[in-house]
Write a protein that binds this ligand. Structure first.
Ligand SMILES: [Zn+2]
Length: 161
């Protein structure tokens, strides 16, 4: 059996901007905070796409979607996942499961967990039962502990069909 494991890591700065929505895992989250970035700064989708591409030893999302490209400004990161999924299908694999850890003090993820899982299930076309989401703090240490940013670690397992 050909199985491949990949992981991805992403960070973005947290800001307070009432004009910018907070988007996590493709879902718009009601929050006073937003993430700053060239695209929509969706840390979950970015880490996840890198996990999927990493499992296939493919290019990373920075190579596929350079943040210097003006055409990609405020881009919907669902496009990145779509691209990663096309690599999976082209190489004859399918996504078995993904596991996600969000790192930061705020906003609280728990109330939004099911919304994010449903959104990921739709974007990845896999059952919600195959999507793990959890959050951890850094015990008030470092940038995440001071609430300056959020991080996301994602793992993906792919199986050859
Ligand atoms: Zn990112």
């Amino acid at each position: 059996m050909d199985i491949r494991l990949g992981n991805g890591l992403d960070f973005h700065r947290l800001i307070q901007d009432s004009h910018r929505p907070l988007i996590l895992g493709g879902a718009t989250i009601e929050s006073e905070f937003a993430l700053e970035g060239h695209s929509d700064a969706d840390i979950i989708l970015h880490a996840l796409a890198d996990a999927i591409l990493g499992a296939l030893a493919g290019p990373d999302i920075g190579e596929l979607f350079p943040d210097t490209d003006p055409a990609l400004k405020n881009m919907d990161s669902a496009r990145i996942i779509e691209k990663a999924r096309s690599f999976v299908t082209d190489r004859g694999f399918s996504i078995s499961n993904v596991d996600i850890t969000i790192i930061g003090e705020r906003p609280k993820i728990k109330p939004h967990k099911e919304t994010i899982r449903r959104s990921l299930s739709r974007l990845l076309a896999i059952d919600v039962e195959r999507i793990g989401i959890k959050a951890t703090t850094t015990e008030k240490m470092g940038f995440a502990g001071r609430g300056e940013g959020l991080g996301c670690l994602a793992t993906a397992l792919l199986i050859k069909l």
